[in-house]
Design a protein around this ligand. Structure first.
Ligand SMILES: Cc1cc2nc3c(=O)[nH]c(=O)nc-3n(C[C@H](O)[C@H](O)[C@H](O)COP(=O)(O)OP(=O)(O)OC[C@H]3O[C@@H](n4cnc5c(N)ncnc54)[C@H](O)[C@@H]3O)c2cc1C
Length: 458
């Protein structure tokens, strides 16, 4: 006999727990299923642990730079990777247990541990248990892709998950992939003391960014001694004794990179292959992402998909926003939709990149008349005072409506300062609102009005 609930949620990532709270708060009886770690990727192998490690790497970097600030530290700088890992584990562990105890203590919520699998469009199994509900929410997230590269199965490799378990310094870390995940690990391990080589198929790092942004990122990493191999084709691996050899055909540089460890950061895939979706009739696209409409309904009435598994976003804030959208539609009679949201994310190298809206290239391609403003961080007082002047900010504005189309702040505090731009974009207000606003001195944000006062035709 199946146990009956008002709603079943599969996965406790960034959408599931918040949605459980909303549904139980509205009086529904909810079952939530987790097969591995409460809190999912972000809490255990994604945002939280990586940002904790980025903070350790920043501390190491600043200790090395101490003399530039007049701080004398005559002893050798060393990084204890066991302590770095312990700090990271404590921060991430607290988040994980927080999610678990929140769910277990939630009135009307029953937690199941195990693999959730559709038996039909209304029935999900977890181990020997059968659960049924009229509403089922899929929040199963994704995992690292293991690219089909010659020799990859013959060498040991790390992913964003398994690298969380190591408590030593790789002598030479070869990172396959120059996207957000690869770049964060590259800088952090370089700062810990590893030799690091990034192998990137595309001509640029962070390939979705404008060329000036990706060039500036490359400069920042190269100045710290990260080796970068772009345009890398025919990537393959072999073992030579203890060493791992990566073969790359690049226009420039050696054909072989010899390292001690390999990290795969070449993309993510959704956890939809072992969910029994065909039993429920839920449609997926060619890459396995669950097909959803603007309000996150799947092809089967009564089943929704939220977070990374629906291909509509790849961030914690997009997954959380998915839960807000579904909750608003189901409980508040508020027809919120995915297309209401504006692209926004950060890349947590140091200095970070904050990005919102369209890129310059996308604006150019759209053919609309536009204005652009640009300012190097060397002309931002706060950055000069902090001794962190790498990067620049730029903003694009519609020449007719005066609405902001997009912006990038690659520089100290860029992940925070970008939000004043994002909020004005949500308000659909003209850029002059920020231009006339009095911002606090000295901050990175205070130069945004100045930059807007110097707009030029694109
Ligand atoms: C290294 C790294 C760094 C990142 N940094 C950032 C960042 O700084 N900022 C940001 O916004 N995003 C970041 N992300 C992305 C972010 O982690 C994800 O976008 C986010 O976690 C997606 O949440 P989700 O709820 O869709 O899925 P997940 O968090 O992946 O959760 C899915 C859950 O479902 C469970 N599950 C899967 N299948 C089943 C099943 N069949 N039965 C039961 N349970 C199941 C899984 O065990 C997991 O707990 C990062 C990702 C990585 C890999």
């Amino acid at each position: 006999m199946a146990k009956t609930f008002d709603a079943i949620i599969i996965g406790t990532g960034q959408a599931g727990p918040f949605l459980a709270q909303r549904l139980t708060g509205a009086g529904m009886k909810v079952a939530i299923i987790e097969r591995k770690l409460f809190g999912g990727t972000c809490v255990n192998t994604g945002c939280t642990p990586t940002k904790a490690m980025v903070a350790s790497a920043y501390a190491a970097h600043m200790v090395r730079r101490a003399a530039e600030y007049g701080v004398i530290n005559n002893g050798p700088v060393s990084v204890d990777m066991k302590l770095v890992k312990a700090r990271k584990d404590a921060i991430s562990g607290e988040s994980r247990t927080g999610v678990e105890s929140w769910l277990r203590g939630m009135t009307n919520c029953t937690v199941y541990q195990g693999q959730g699998r559709f038996e039909s469009s209304k029935e999900v199994s977890v181990g020997s248990e059968r659960l049924t509900a009229d509403r089922i929410f899929i929040n199963v997230g994704g995992r690292a892709v293991v690219p089909q590269m010659p020799g990859i199965e013959e060498v040991p490799f790390l992913t964003n998950s398994s690298i969380m378990d190591i408590d030593f310094l790789p002598r030479h870390l070869i990172i396959v992939g120059g996207g957000y995940i690869g770049l964060e690990f590259a800088q952090m391990y370089r700062r810990f003391g590893s030799e690091v080589t990034i192998i990137q198929r595309a001509p640029h790092l962070a390939k979705h960014e404008d060329e000036d942004v990706s060039t500036a990122i490359k400069d920042i990493l190269e100045q710290e001694g990260v080796n970068i191999r772009t345009n890398a084709t025919c990537i393959g691996f072999a073992r030579r004794g203890e060493e791992i050899l990566a073969h790359v055909d690049c226009a420039v540089g050696d054909r072989e990179v010899s390292g001690s460890h390999v990290l795969l950061a070449a993309g993510r895939r959704p956890n939809t292959d072992d969910l029994g979706l065909t039993n429920a009739g839920v449609a997926v696209d060619q890459r396995g992402y669950i097909v959803v409409d603007d309000q996150l309904r799947t092809s089967v009435p009564g089943i929704w998909a939220l977070g990374d598994c629906n291909g509509k976003g790849e961030f914690t804030h997009t997954a959380f926003n998915d839960a807000e959208i579904v909750g608003a539609n189901l409980l508040d009679n508020d027809p919120r939709k995915v297309s209401d949201r504006i692209t926004a994310y950060a890349l947590y190298i140091d200095p970070p990149l904050g990005r919102v809206g369209l890129t310059e290239e996308e604006v150019r391609k759209s053919g609309r008349p536009a204005l652009i403003g640009r300012r190097p961080m060397t002309k931002v007082g706060r950055a000069v005072e902090k001794g962190e002047t790498q990067g620049f900010m730029k903003i694009l504005v519609d020449a007719q409506s005066h609405e902001i189309l997009g912006a990038a702040i690659l520089g100290t505090g860029g992940d925070e300062a970008i939000h004043s731009i994002l909020d004005v974009m949500y308000a659909k207000a003209p850029y002059t609102v920020i231009q006339r606003a009095m911002h606090i001195h000295p901050t990175v944000s205070e130069l945004i009005p100045t930059m807007l006062g110097e707009l030029q035709p694109l």
